[in-house]
Ligand binder design. Structure first.
Ligand SMILES: NC(=O)C1=CN([C@@H]2O[C@H](COP(=O)(O)OP(=O)(O)OC[C@H]3O[C@@H](n4cnc5c(N)ncnc54)[C@H](O)[C@@H]3O)[C@@H](O)[C@H]2O)C=CC1
Ligand SMILES: O=C(O)CCC(=O)C(=O)O
Length: 449
């Protein structure tokens, strides 16, 4: 039997034909395939087992209707999905996103990324993602509760502590995970670690809330240390003001950076005096409790500015942490960052930089930590929440945080192992190959299944 070597454009043509109308999925696969194909061509066992074709096809996709009633008594219909992308190295694991923009293509891109990310954590977790086009914005707590209960009424039959363990993502935080877990427990009459990101009183892990943001900063710290540099004294811009962004800002302040921006869907907030712990608490109150616009920050801190319909990449900085959503940093934004002297970009969000943006960073050879490595701290601590649930105990914050730092250092090491080039580390290549090998080898070991 002979096998032709893979070629990027013809591989992508086939993938696009098989998955029409899913541009984010195409983009995520292209980014990976570009770095993996040369590696696969040099390692015939991956070629002959058609491993890239297999890894770009989800194990299964589940879609269902979600029916709920709003506060006025109107019947509302949404669509829910769970993409169980790859279960080769452990139970499916990955978050749920509730956002009006969610499509099956969005969840396939996120599930695909999750496979590599979870493998990089060194923990035994397969990759999945799920969610709905439900828009939590402007909904009352009781509407969100009814939606979450209805969503779980369908999802529960497809998940389980050894099968598939969802968690939060955009639009799914502590409140939603609690509603979802409560409904699972009620239907199944069992108390098991079927979701992560749970409240600390009912099976949650210390430091899970902080883990993605802290982990992203720990990854940046490792990248800087590799070049004998530190975070202390650097100016940082952060996008987003949700879970990931908040704890990115917290850890950056802790390590001596001056953080000057956060953002939301309406624009970005610039505080040239630097966001300190008190200001961050206010942002958390605005976002987590009042669910208000960042514009309201100006009522308390009038020296700051809110730039409507703009993104923070025009602000001069040393470090940039895109931590809101996909494709929020374009090629032009990347060029502005580079021209302004930015030396490091660390992705707290999933795929926030588009393909042109990545090319700009590669050309400039700045430190660029792709999401599947840099934001893996969240799912890593979810993995440790599963461990603690199985053991029926709870580790201290310090213990979990220490493990998080160790895991981020290991991920960095793996990226360097596969991505080190002459005078530069290609972290995109390092993360893609580092995440791939373990999953691919497991799939080959199972035979043709
Ligand atoms: N929560 C977690 O543990 C993890 C989250 N991520 C990724 O991090 C990113 C942020 O997630 P979370 O902070 O958890 O969500 P969140 O719902 O707490 O916050 C999302 C933030 O992004 C902003 N945002 C959302 N859509 C936007 C848009 N279209 N344009 C501009 N801003 C927008 C929102 O205003 C908000 O500040 C996502 O890409 C998510 O997939 C990655 C790893 C783990
Ligand atoms: O904690 C988890 O299981 C999921 C985290 C997540 O959705 C992500 O890494 O993008």
């Amino acid at each position: 039997m002979s096998f032709e070597k893979l070629e990027l454009e013809s591989f992508m043509t086939g993938l696009v034909r098989r998955n029409p109308g899913q541009p984010e999925f195409h983009q995520a696969v292209r980014e990976v395939a570009e770095k993996l194909i040369p590696f696969i061509n040099e390692n015939p066992k991956y070629l002959t087992s058609r491993i890239l074709e297999r890894m770009t096809e989800p194990d299964r996709v589940i879609s269902f209707r979600v029916l709920w009633e709003d506060d006025e008594g109107n019947v509302r219909v949404n669509r829910g999905h769970r993409v169980q992308f790859n279960g080769a190295i452990g139970p499916y694991k990955g978050g749920l996103r509730f956002d009006k923009s969610v499509t099956l293509g969005t969840l396939k891109f996120l599930g695909f990324e999750q496979v590599f990310k979870n493998s990089l954590t060194t923990l035994p977790m397969g990759g999945a993602k799920g969610g709905s086009d439900f828009n939590p914005k402007g909904k009352s707590d009781r509407e969100v509760m009814r939606f979450c209960h209805a969503f779980m009424t369908e999802l529960y039959r497809h998940i389980g502590k050894d099968t598939d363990v969802p968690a939060g993502d955009i639009g799914v935080g502590a409140r939603e995970v609690s509603f979802l877990f409560g409904q699972y427990k009620r239907i199944k009459n069992e108390f098991t670690g079927v979701l992560t990101g749970k409240g600390l009183q009912f099976g949650g892990s210390n430091a899970r809330k902080e883990a993605t943001g802290f982990g992203s900063v720990y990854f940046a710290k490792e990248m800087l240390a590799h070049r004998n540099d530190t975070i202390d004294g650097k100016v940082a811009v952060v996008s987003g003001s949700g879970n990931v962004a908040q704890h990115t800002v917290e850890k950056l302040i802790d390590l001596g950076a001056k953080v000057v921006t956060v953002s939301d869907r309406g624009g970005y907030l610039l505080d040239n005096d630097g966001i300190n712990d008190d200001k961050l608490s206010h942002i958390m109150e605005l976002k987590n409790v009042q669910r208000a616009s960042l514009k309201a920050y100006l009522d308390k801190y009038p020296n700051a500015e809110y730039h409507e319909d703009k993104r923070p990449w025009e602000v001069k900085c040393d470090l940039a942490f895109p931590s809101a959503t996909q494709n929020e940093l374009s090629g032009a934004d990347a060029q502005t960052l580079v021209d302004n002297g930015c030396i490091l970009v660390c992705e707290g969000a999933n795929m926030p930089t588009d393909i042109e943006g990545i090319k700009v960073f590669e050309k400039a050879q700045i430190m660029f930590g792709p999401g599947k490595a840099a934001n893996a701290g969240g799912v890593a601590i979810s993995g440790l929440e599963m461990t603690q649930n199985s053991m029926r105990l709870q580790w201290s914050f310090e213990e979990v945080d220490t493990r998080l730092q160790e895991i981020m250092a290991k991920i960095h090491k793996s990226c360097v192992k596969y991505g080190e080039e002459e005078g530069w580390v290609d972290y995109v290549k390092g993360a893609n190959i580092g995440g791939f090998v373990k999953v691919a080898d497991a799939m080959i070991a199972y035979g043709i299944i």
